[in-house]
Design a protein around this ligand. Structure first.
Ligand code: DGT
Ligand code: CA
Ligand code: CA
Length: 572
């Protein structure tokens, strides 16, 4: 059994939640949360690092104590401290914190006043109108809780792509060891690089007498075998993830890849196109009068239908068939097109590494430039930089650039957009920067009209360059704040502003649809990692995946530009 990073992170997050509900020291709570953040999304698994004898206390935000706890979880699958805390404080309380608007204090208040210990209790109390009676709550907040509970329970549980990768990679590794296995591919939404996946759809080809099905169902992460057959089996893994494995004939491998990569609406459009041409299209091939005329490779299947091969990220029936027919598919951006990163933090605010460490790590990735965008003063929780500290950092970057070869560090700031749309730093400071990254970090619940106006007004500032994480959503955690994206894009176009596609795996903000809108309106995008540590710089690939789903080409993305061209773009 391998313990995944996401499980360790979940463990620490739960511990942080419960400790916070108990009213524990804020620093202690934050230490567990930060550690969870480092571990989730870390490019290598903690269990591998330990196997290689690495010192975990050298990871950002992990001290000796936490390193020891990680080791315990990896070795035993549990954390004794969490068990201990769970005995005092009902475990389900941490789930209540998943309801938007319920922080630790409110959860504790509800627990103390109404003995609410679970989502069920909360639902019952909200229905009975008891919540409004608790001090700190009112009719309005009760109503909010009720509607959010409804939304929460109605949501199907989907796994973030990065967490799915962590489950999928070792499974594929394992399956490859099966006797007689030939090809293997993960199809479905995973291959389309959707930001969340419902389940994994794995396709294999194998020799006649292959033991791949037995091998699959005896994987030690399998929790439950839902069905097992010669051609298809479905299991549930310990992580809760459903996995479908299909063994398909070699002659149909291409057709099966097309079919099971989907999306369903793409498949339906293909089938309709086939019918118009007198063909039957299914997971076994393309057929004319019951004779298979194609199916071995994806390319051959598309070709028979008069189409160029379509990249999986585009297979959503959003016009890709027509583009493929006319030979006008976009030349989708790739990770290799990226020349730099325009959003990164250092230890000066809430990052983990020094300026120099970040710059060297970016150089290691082959980048020409890295922008340091520590928070502006208002964000005290993130140790934001006031005017004096920012200007000192500017001088420090100038000095570093003189010494450093092979990469240029850009001077920037993640400037808070205040409620009235003004920026958190004066123009006299902003003019010392190469460009700005501006973002909303508070007052998420303004009306759509007010929130939109706030952003439009911010863009009127001549020093505004990039709108960071434009919707503020956190996948599976926080809904986007409400805005009129079209209006924002139109103003961005007018004012020469850029929108960010934040590549943090839990943000991926803009959405794929937002990217498409931006491209259509001619607004440029910055794909940026918002890195808080050197390892976070690796998340660029997650942003590129999302950009590809949004039809973006190299020319749409500002950090594909060489530095001189980029700097011209920033001058407004
Ligand atoms: P997910 O798992 O919810 O993230 O989304 P998918 O796209 O992976 O969907 P899934 O796992 O239900 O099925 C995998 C693929 O199989 C899907 O993308 C397209 C194909 N497929 C499934 N059901 C149908 C169907 O009823 N009609 C057609 N034409 N294709 C289907
Ligand atoms: Ca799927
Ligand atoms: Ca499936």
């Amino acid at each position: 059994m391998t313990v995944h990073n996401s499980e360790i992170a979940d463990c620490f997050e739960k511990l942080a939640d419960l400790l916070e509900i108990e009213g524990a020291n804020q620093f202690r709570v934050r230490a567990y949360r930060n550690a969870a953040g480092t571990i989730r999304g870390y490019p290598r698994s903690m269990s591998d690092l330990l196997d290689d004898g690495e010192d975990l206390s050298e990871l950002p935000d992990i001290g000796d104590d936490l390193a020891g706890k990680i080791k315990t979880i990896v070795e035993t699958g549990e954390l004794p401290l969490l068990k201990e805390v769970e005995e005092r404080t009902p475990e389900a309380l941490s789930e209540l914190m998943m309801i938007e608007g319920l922080g630790a204090k409110k959860v504790k208040a509800l627990h103390d006043a109404l003995a609410i210990n679970s989502l069920k209790d909360l639902e019952r109390a909200a229905e009975a109108g008891e919540i409004r009676e608790v001090s700190g709550f009112g009719e309005k907040s009760e109503e909010k809780i009720r509607s959010r509970l409804e939304k929460y329970s109605g949501e199907e549980k989907r796994t973030r792509l990065i967490d799915a990768e962590e489950v999928a990679r070792p499974l594929v590794q394992y399956l490859k060891e099966a006797e007689g296995l030939k090809d293997i591919i993960i199809a479905g939404s995973y291959r389309r690089r959707k930001e969340t996946v419902g389940d994994l759809d794995i396709l294999v080809t194998a020799k006649q007498d292959s033991s791949v099905m037995d091998h699959f169902t005896s994987y030690d992460e399998v929790n439950e075998i839902d069905s097992k057959g010669k051609k298809r089996s479905t299991v549930f893994l310990r992580s809760g993830m459903q996995v479908d494995l299909r063994v398909v004939p070699q002659v149909s491998f291409g057709a099966a890849q097309v079919y099971f990569t989907g999306s369903k609406s793409h498949n339906i459009a293909l089938r309709k196109l086939g019918i118009r041409k007198g063909f039957k299209v299914n997971e076994y091939g393309v057929f004319k009068d019951d004779e298979r005329i194609s199916g071995k490779t994806e390319k051959a299947v598309y070709e028979k239908l008069g189409l160029e091969w379509i990249p999986p990220e585009l297979r959503e029936d959003h016009g890709e068939l027509e583009a493929a027919r006319k030979g006008k598919l976009p030349q989708l951006i790739t990770l290799e097109d990226i020349r730099g990163n325009l959003h990164a933090h250092t230890r000066a605010s809430d990052g983990h590494n020094s300026l120099k460490e970040m710059a060297e790590a970016a150089r290691e990735l082959g980048y020409e430039y890295l922008a340091i965008t520590d928070h502006s003063q208002r964000l005290t929780v993130a140790n934001g930089l006031d005017k004096k500290r920012l200007l000192a950092q500017v001088r420090e970057i100038d000095k570093l650039n003189e010494k450093l070869d092979g990469i240029v560090v850009l001077k920037s700031s993640e400037v808070d957009i205040l409620e009235d749309g003004s920026l958190d730093l004066e123009d006299t400071v902003l003019k010392e920067l190469d460009f700005t990254v501006c973002a909303i970090h508070h007052k998420f619940d303004l009306s759509r009209k007010k929130q939109t106006e706030r952003i439009l007004r911010a863009m009127d500032n001549d020093y505004f360059n990039i709108l960071a994480h434009p919707s503020g959503r956190l996948i599976n955690e926080r809904s986007p704040y409400e805005t009129d994206l079209e209006k924002i894009l139109e103003r961005a176009k007018e004012r020469n502003c850029i929108l960010e596609l934040n590549a943090q795996p839990q943000r991926l903000d803009l959405t794929d649809e937002g990217c498409r809108m931006a491209r259509e309106l001619g607004v440029k995008i910055s794909i940026a990692t918002d890195a808080h540590s050197t390892s976070d710089l690796q998340h660029m690939r997650c942003g590129v995946d999302q950009a590809r789903r949004g039809w973006l080409e190299k020319a749409d993305v500002v950090n594909c530009l060489p530095l001189d061209k980029l700097m011209k773009l920033f001058r407004r």
